[in-house]
Design a protein around this ligand. Structure first.
Ligand code: BGC
Length: 369
């Protein structure tokens, strides 16, 4: 009897603490033109849950524990597909073919000019009128011993949004057993084209309210200053002595009013330090003392756009009917520098036939007492 009990207790102890399926795939509605959209829920043994949908290869939700083990969803978005289909500022979407801005909505490559849609004043923003975040992606899930995930894929046809070449893209979301969510991007093309891919998730580690009290550190000594329409001047400038200096953990709201921008807030591309290379040091660390949640961001990209949700204005009703007000979420978009295709001094974003574009970003979550 005693022996049986011992065996039974041992069995219980070795069972995973959480027994939901690693990956659950369910229908998530249809687009206006009748395309089926699906949602994948990734579960790890700690109870962490990540939800991604085939519309926009969008990161819909991340549920992580706080210091008391209470779970909250730390990304802004919608409960249903309708929300994602409607007007919103790129909540959680994969942004491409070129994220951020392309100045004057055009670029030249190999002696040919490519006009693009001007969907942000005179510039192109986040891939144009119908970027990667508004397309339905094919998807395949996988389960490994200590991780699980989804591979999204699509071919962006030659001429889509004005960009040259058929671009085959894969975006893989992987949730590991240490509460890390990794996004791997890769792409190949049959004509030279600019490529710059990112994810536009808005994070709020408290799960609701303002992010102005979140502490942020950014592993960057310099940033790319911009002109009136947020197109870089092509130069790098030091953050030292400016409200952009996040080399030491600082509350997002501490100096935000000193930023000269309308609406006021951070919307800047930081040039990351060499130490970030190989995912060795975090590019950014975000923390929220009210919940104890911490998010480290590692990336292979040379830049990160810190956007403090300045344009959120309460008009969009999101998850559980929440109105997202200014500063209710912030983005840390890992990327090559904005407008690189028109800026010879920036690292190149041109992908040529025969080359493979790769990019990785890892968000690691934890909680501090
Ligand atoms: C840009 C902002 C833009 C926002 C749209 C960010 O990536 O840097 O300028 O307003 O996306 O939601």
């Amino acid at each position: 009897m005693k022996w049986n009990l011992a065996v039974f207790s041992l069995a219980i102890m070795t069972l995973p603490a959480f027994s939901a399926d690693d990956v659950v795939r369910l229908p998530f509605g249809k687009t206006k033109d009748g395309q089926q959209v699906e949602r994948f829920t990734l579960n790890n043994p700690n109870g962490m849950k990540v939800q991604v949908i085939t519309f926009g290869a969008t990161l819909q939700g991340i549920e992580v524990p706080d210091s008391k083990g209470q779970f909250a969803d730390v990304v802004v978005g919608f409960d249903t597909l309708e929300g994602f289909l409607g007007e919103h500022p790129y909540f959680g979407g994969v942004i491409g073919r070129v994220c951020n801005r392309i100045g004057n909505a055009k670029f030249s490559l190999d002696g040919k000019e490519f006009p693009l849609a001007a969907n942000n004043g005179i510039n192109t923003l986040h891939g144009g009128k119908k970027g990667f975040d508004r397309q339905v992606w094919a998807a395949k899930s996988f389960t490994h011993r200590t991780s699980r995930g989804v591979i999204f894929s699509r071919t962006s046809p030659d001429g889509e949004e004005g960009f040259p070449g058929n671009l085959k893209v894969n975006v893989t979301y992987t949730l590991d057993n240490d509460n890390g969510l990794r996004i791997d991007y890769n792409a190949v093309t049959d004509k030279a084209t600019p490529v710059n891919l990112t994810n536009h998730a808005y994070f709020n580690l408290a799960g609701k309210g303002s992010i102005l009290g979140h502490m942020l550190s950014l592993n960057a000594k310099s940033y790319t200053p911009t002109g009136d329409t947020l197109i870089p001047t092509g130069k790098l400038a030091p953050v030292q002595g400016t409200p952009l200096d996040f080399r030491k953990p600082t509350a997002v709201g501490a100096r935000i009013k000193q930023i000269e921008a309308k609406p006021v807030g951070y919307d800047h591309n930081y040039a990351l330090e060499e130490s970030c290379k190989g995912l060795k040091a975090p590019a950014a660390v975000l923390s929220d003392s009210s919940s104890g949640r911490v998010m480290q961001v590692f990336t292979t990209e040379p830049g990160i756009q810190f956007y403090s949700g300045n344009f959120l204005d309460g008009m969009v009703k999101g998850k559980k009917g929440a109105a997202y007000n200014q500063y209710d979420g912030l983005c840390l978009e890992t990327q090559h520098f904005p407008d690189s295709i028109n800026q010879p001094s920036f690292p190149s974003t041109v992908l040529k036939p025969g080359q493979t574009f790769t990019s990785t970003t890892l968000y690691r979550f934890s909680a501090e007492k």
